[in-house]
Every structure is written in C-alpha cells, then in structure tokens.
Design a protein around this ligand. Structure first.
Ligand SMILES: *Cc1c(COP(=O)(O)O)cnc(C)c1O
Length: 400
C-alpha cells in the first residue's frame, strides 16, 4: 500500500508517484512470456522518460526504444547499453541521424525512402555502415483510438510493403547501409490480439520473401502497443501475445524485439491532486483541483478514462466533473465521475497515470511541472524536483 496522504504531505501536490516494484513485475512478466526465444524488451522511453524510470528497467536488462536523439541520450545516461538502443520515429533531423550513427546504437528504424537516402548520405560522410531496420505499415486497423492508431496507410507511419522491399534491395547494394531488422508498430493501447497477429503474419511473409532473395535480417521488431486496464477493458495476456508472435514467425530464426511503453508503466503510476473547492453551476457539480491538463492531458486529448480515488472518503457519491485551474473548457481529469462531497485539501488519486502522463505535460498557463516520486521496497524518494517559476523563465531573454 502506498501512503498517498503522507506523500502528498511531504512533497506537495500535484504529484506523480511511481511504484518501481510494479514496473519491475510488468517487465518480468513480459520477459517471461518470450522465454526460450532470443528477445530484447526495449522500453519505449516516451511513455515515461524520467531517467530513474529508464534506469530501473535498464537494471533488469531492458533496451530502449527512442524517438528523438534526446531520448537516446537519456537511455545512454540511464545505463542502457548502446547495443540495445533503437532510434525510431517518422522524422529525424540530420544532426540526430549523425549522432545516432556515431553513438553506435543497435539500429535506426527508417520510415521513408527519403529517410533511407539521408541515413545513407550521412553514413557515407562518416565513412561507416549504418545499421538500419525498416518500419513496415501493414495497413491493419488496430481497433484503438484514432489518435494512437499507427498501422493504417492513412497514418503517417512506416512504408508500404513494396517500398520496404525496394529499400532493402537498395540497402543490400549500398556500401554504407547494413539492414539488420524489420519493424512494425500498429498502434497503442491495443486490446485485441487479432490485428497484432495479422500484422505479424504480413511482416513475417515479407521477411520470408526477403530471405528468398538472400536478404537476411536478424531482428524482428514487433513494436509496442500492448494495452492495459484503465477501467474494465479486457487486455491481452503477455503469454497470448508472445504465442501469437511466435505463431507468425514459424520456421524463422530471428531475435524478437518488443517495444513496450504503456504496459510497463501505466498502472504503476499515480497522479495526486488536491481539491481546491467544490462549486455548482446550476445543477452541474464541479470539483476544482490543483492538477490540470498541463499535468495530465490524456482525458482532454483522448477522452481517456482514469480511475479516481477520493482518499479516506466513504460517503455517498454523485456525478461530478473534476476540473483543473487552466483556462480551457477542455481542462478536465474526469467527466460525470461519481465522487463524494469534497472539501478544501481533500486528496484525489488519479490511477493509471504512469504512462503518457508527466511526459506529455507542459508549462501552459505558466504552471510548473509536478515533482516525481519513486516508491521502491516501501521507501519513497524524489526523482524529479517540482519546477519553480525561475525554471520556467530561465531561457527567456530581453524581458528587462
Ligand atoms: C509509442 C511507441 C511504442 C510504445 O507504445 P506503447 O503503446 O506505449 O507500448 C513502441 N514503439 C514505437 C515505434 C512507438 O512509437
């Protein structure tokens, strides 16, 4: 049991709290599912990019899936070995590509023919062979929220099968490219196994057809996307997930790379916020809290549901909108959520806030970002200090 009240007292609110032991359990469960196969779990750093969180996974043997050179630097700083770091993402600047190649990470995931040309040119300048993998867009509907669907031709991600084939053939004939992997990632918060299986079959078929023309790849990178339970969703078990992938890979000897983000961190994180006041507009009830969309944007952005616990309250509940101080009607943490009558300084705990919470935060309304706390073996420690006003203005010039 995490002592939320005591943590709120010690560190103030709004506050992010991460259960490092729960994160470890999720990692071990997924690793176990792929037992007996060569596999790398490369934690998707964007889900929660705090250095201590990354380090917690690195100590368990995790790799890192990064989507900017900043994330690559974080992974290296947190102790992830370079040979387990991937660099993905739909748009990479030349300086990012150059640094990734020079850092000698495992490979760069390419998402267009234009990007292949840039990586090749930069590798040539550096007089090296750049290790690459190609993200295939299998045109599969992952049946998730449209903003986090990535595996349809309508989405900006990856390349079509035919383009991928051309790119692999080009790489084979290039002095400066070394194609080592194949990649797909069809979306996030996936709760249906079928689309993942279908995508894996399509990409495995492509892998076979490449083998037939003498292009041998070592890594089969299945992306991330494994969904978690926020409310009452049915989720995919790690075992079923691994079995589906292994089924699609029958007869192929490759190292499986999996890039879980949300699965590892979402339900291990809590967002603590205090009630400022209750109010009513007509018959509509609002609880105004000190946390806002700049801290946790998922409800505003995806209409996402988060379970909310009113600490120490047991009286009758009625529907309420939980809203923050930000000057936007879209600033809410929950709508029509059943909560008891709330008073000034009562504590609310927003559950499942460990993924795409702090990391998607902003300083909108000149609000400093929350502190972040790790809880491990029953002990709490500060892993990121609360931002101060001075932090927020530190880079501004010419204001005097
Ligand atoms: C975001 C992302 C992930 C992680 O997704 P989750 O849904 O958090 O598991 C993995 N791979 C790539 C390429 C991504 O963009």
């Amino acid at each position: 049991m995490i002592q939320f009240q005591a943590l709120a007292q010690t560190y103030g609110t709004p506050l992010y709290v991460y259960d490092f032991d729960a994160m470890k359990e999720q990692f071990e469960a997924l690793k176990e599912a792929f037992r007996g196969r060569k596999s790398i779990l490369a934690y998707a750093v964007k889900a929660n990019s705090n250095l201590s969180v990354i380090k917690n996974f690195a100590q368990l043997g995790s790799g890192a899936d990064c989507v900017s050179i900043g994330e690559v630097r974080r992974a290296l700083m947190a102790g992830v070995p370079k040979y387990r770091i991937l660099f993905s993402g739909v748009g990479k600047r030349d300086d990012e590509i150059r640094e990734a190649i020079q850092s000698d990470i495992l490979y760069i995931n390419l998402e267009s023919e234009g990007e292949l040309a840039r990586v090749e040119a930069i590798a040539k300048e550096l007089d090296v062979k750049a290790r690459i993998s190609i993200r295939v867009n299998p045109n599969i509907d992952p049946q998730t929220h449209p903003y986090i669907s990535t595996g349809l031709h309508d989405n900006k991600f990856g390349v079509e099968i035919d383009a991928a084939k051309r790119m692999y053939i080009h790489a084979k004939n290039s002095e400066n490219l070394d194609a080592v992997g194949i990649h797909f990632h069809i979306g996030s918060q996936l709760t249906q196994l079928e689309p993942i299986y279908e995508a894996a079959v399509i990409v495995a078929d492509l892998l076979r057809s490449l083998q037939a023309i003498d292009i041998e790849l070592k890594f089969f990178d299945i992306g991330g996307g494994l969904g978690v339970r926020y409310d009452d969703e049915t989720t995919i078990s790690p075992y079923d997930y691994a079995q589906a992938i292994l089924g699609a890979l029958k007869g192929i000897d490759v190292t499986i790379i999996c890039e879980p983000g949300r699965f590892l961190t979402a339900n291990a994180g809590y967002f603590l916020t205090k009630v400022l006041y209750e109010k009513k507009n007509g018959s509509k009830r609002f609880v105004v809290v000190d946390g806002a969309m700049n801290d946790l944007i998922r409800p505003s952005l995806y209409n996402a549901y988060h379970r909310i616990e009113a600490v120490g309250k047991t009286n009758d509940v009625s529907p309420v909108d939980v809203v923050g101080p930000v000057c936007e009607s879209g600033d809410f943490l929950a709508k029509n959520y059943p909560l008891p009558a709330m008073e000034h300084n009562d504590l609310l705990v927003v559950h499942s806030a460990g993924a795409y919470g702090f990391g998607m935060g902003s300083n909108y309304n000149t609000r400093g970002r929350s502190a972040e706390i790790a809880v491990e073996n029953g002990e709490a420690r500060l892993i990121r200090a609360r931002e101060t006003f001075e932090d927020l203005i530190a880079l501004e010039r010419e204001y005097l």
